[in-house]
Design a protein around this ligand. Sequence first.
Ligand code: ASP
Ligand code: MG
Length: 404
Amino acid sequence: MKIVVLKFGGTSVGSIKKIKNVSKIIISYLRKKFKVIVVSSAMSGQTNRLVKLTKEISHNILPAEYDSVVSTGEQISCSLIASTLNEAGYLSRSWLGWQVPIFTEGKHSHSRIVNINKKNIVNYLKKGGVPIITGFQGINSQNRITTIGRGGSDASAIMIAKSFKAERCVIYTDVDGVYTTDPNISPKAKKIKKISYEEMLEMASLGTKVMQPHSIQDARLHRIDIEVRSSFNNNPGSIITKKKNISKNNIIRGVSFTKNDSKVTLVGVKDRPGVAASIFEPLFKNSINVDMVVQNISSNKKETDLTFTIKNEDLNKTKKLIKKNNKIKFKNLIIDDKVAKVSIVGVGMITTPGVTFRMFNALAKQKINILVISTSEIKISVLINRKNLKKAVDVLHKEFKLDN
Ligand code: ASP
Ligand code: MG
């Protein structure tokens, strides 16, 4: 069987008109003799609305009930897609996570798919049917409905593609691929034809909003090729694949950024073992994600400064937690909530010397001050003042020859 998995994001199924368009896309694959498995998100805005309803009751309703509520958007979109296909004369039906079933493990709202029952779906495909499976949801060993994290239907599609040994997994969304940087900020952004899992994972984690990072990890682990494309036009998309499949290796594949960061500095903290752990423990316990961390070398061997970044939305909570943390002493707390993080990403930098210098030099020429730096094998991130964001993106895009 030549199977293709087509995943539609919320905007692609955002109205009945758009769902009719989606059914045309599905039919085009059937005409090419593919067996099609569809995975869909909820109609855009739905899941947010459902989350809000739960919050109107309480900010901590039971996790199992929370998942049961927020997973319902997918039931609607999937049945609407199936019905549209039925109207056009095709055999199609919806499948909820528990009906497949899609088995998950782990905590509610952050579960991971571990196993998918294939039998019924395979039989249906053999009959010529088009199964429309809800993304984002599954069940656990207690038979409760689970969800796998916001934006999780990407991961559902990848795991389904893996289980059914699909030839392709196509992610339909509202942008026609992965770009070298955000086209909304830089008109020079170019569509990337092929990108490695590693680069895509970094770019997604560093702010490029195309796919959910978890789903790329899953794709990488199981070697599933992904095509990202738009459901609104016919433009060829971007392929996310293994490094080996990419012939043209630029040093830098893209420039990613986030602009909702805050920088927190604790001035004059005691320089002794365990201090950093005491600072971060309450943040961790409150699910506050700390991103970049720097600790200065202490000049007097007694005290040091510690700087870290978090998302703006976590700033108030972080301030409170630090102020009431009696395990730590410091002289001053300095907050900057107007910073942005710009990152260059590319597997090519592993083998190319001088990338760091070129990045810093290009920024220096624009008189952009670097506040914090962090690096990994295939990325370099710098924290800068938010007002310099566009300038920084433009100059790095040009420096690493992504403009042409
Ligand atoms: N509907 C879910 C969400 O909004 C899952 C998804 O869109 O992938 O998070
Ligand atoms: Mg979505």
